[in-house]
Design a protein around this ligand. Structure first.
Ligand code: NAD
Ligand code: UFG
Length: 338
């Protein structure tokens, strides 16, 4: 039996495919290639030295999904497919609700029709909203989200909770990611955003490689030690390994569980710029800029529940996260297009 990985050629999905295969788990990947390159498939295969099936399918396409279920033996799903740009979601809320919420509804319906009732879902720390105080624990109230992207994650969490309450055959794992960064140590796979990056690490990497002039540090008057925003950055390979643990948990654990995937350590924007400067061997230039609307001062996880119940703890430190990002960026200045 295989795990169906939706959005499996994207940033987190591709790293998770490598870890699943390395753990001896069979996978089938679908992706509509909206935010990734097909060459990501070749790079995964080259890294693991194994072939696996890939289908270009949109999760909103019930017939296309059914064909995959007809052809493959699938007994669980890791669901990454979705749109993820916070700013874009404010401008195009309908597209985000359609892709993320409708897409997940179609996927869940096809799963149910095929008797496949195990799912790991990519949620986000964004569901904790603005009011909860870090360290964030899974039992805190969620939903105070400030943008349509975050609302899609919250709505999908609610859908999965309701489904699991209605039918005890479902096993559901909601994984709330903190800030995934880094790349595979080989330097052949990493994050490759289209256009100018919205997130801090890809932006810094593009400055370091000379494609952008300087980093804009959004706000230096937050209530944090150096005044800049604090986040819980986690190596994407650590995150990927968390999915292997989660999928193993589903096999023995019906019902619904929620886990934070973070390190429990908060770093400021300036900490990250300095660590990256060390990793790339030259100073990364930056300027202070106004706060970005919707940003909070501090966000980091309490990772204890995942440690106790999944036996998962992040292994890689900030130095390694920056070194691996730099290896990927400097080897592939044009990402997967290169
Ligand atoms: P990504 O954009 O690199 O990967 C998502 C993949 O899904 C892409 O390859 C895209 O082509 C595919 N996709 C999108 N819509 C699809 C559809 N309708 N049908 C089929 N494929 C579709 O993003 P990522 O960073 O790897 O994120 C993966 C998941 O994790 C997303 O759901 C995202 O919201 C969530 N997440 C990401 C972060 C982060 O900072 N990267 C943080 C929290 C949660
Ligand atoms: N920042 C800058 N300059 C930049 C980009 C970001 O100073 O050019 C700052 C932000 O203000 C924030 C920190 O760097 O203080 C991190 O910002 P990111 O945009 O990298 O990440 P966020 O914490 O804002 O959000 C990310 C994802 C969300 C997800 C959230 C929690 O973008 O989708 O982590 O998982 F919901």
């Amino acid at each position: 039996m295989a795990v169906l990985v939706t959005g499996g050629l994207g940033y987190i999905g591709s790293h998770t495919c490598v870890e699943l295969i390395n753990a001896g788990i069979d996978i089938v990947v679908i992706d509509n290639l909206y935010n990734c390159k097909k060459s990501s498939y070749d790079r995964i295969k080259a890294l693991v030295g194994k072939d696996f099936p890939f289908y270009k399918v949109d999760i909103r396409d019930a017939e296309g999904l059914q064909k995959v279920f007809d052809k493959e033996k699938i007994d669980s799903v890791i669901h990454f497919a979705g749109l993820k740009a916070v700013g874009e979601s404010v401008e195009k809320p309908l597209e985000y609700f359609d892709n993320n919420v409708t897409g997940t509804l179609v996927l869940l319906d096809v799963m149910r029709k095929n008797g496949c009732k195990k799912i790991v879902f990519s949620s986000s720390a964004t569901v904790y909203g603005m009011k909860n105080i870090s360290p964030l624990t899974e039992d805190m109230e969620v939903g105070g989200v400030t943008n349509p992207y975050g609302r899609t994650k919250y709505i999908i969490e609610c859908m999965l909770k309701d489904i699991s309450a209605s039918d005890s055959e479902w096993s559901v794992c909601l994984l709330r990611y903190f800030n995934p960064i880094g790349a595979h140590k080989s330097g052949t796979m990493g994050e490759d955003p289209n256009g100018i990056p919205n997130n801090l690490l890809p932006y810094i990497a593009k400055v370091a490689v000379g494609k952008l002039e300087k980093v804009n540090v959004f706000g230096n008057d937050y209530d944090t030690p150096d005044g800049t925003g604090v986040r819980d950055y986690i190596h994407v390979v650590d995150l990927a390994k968390g999915h292997v643990k989660a999928i193993e948990k589903l096999d023995t654990h019906p019902g619904l569980e929620v886990y934070n995937l973070g390190t429990g350590i908060g770093y400021s924007v300036l900490d990250i710029i300095h660590a990256f400067s060390e990793a790339c061997g030259h100073e990364v230039p930056f300027v202070f800029a106004p706060r970005r609307p919707g940003d909070i001062d501090i966000c980091y996880a309490d990772p204890e529940k995942a440690a106790t119940e999944l036996g998962w703890t992040a292994q890689y430190d900030l130095k390694k996260m920056c070194e691996d990002t730099w290896r990927w960026q400097s080897n592939n200045p044009d990402g997967y297009r290169g």
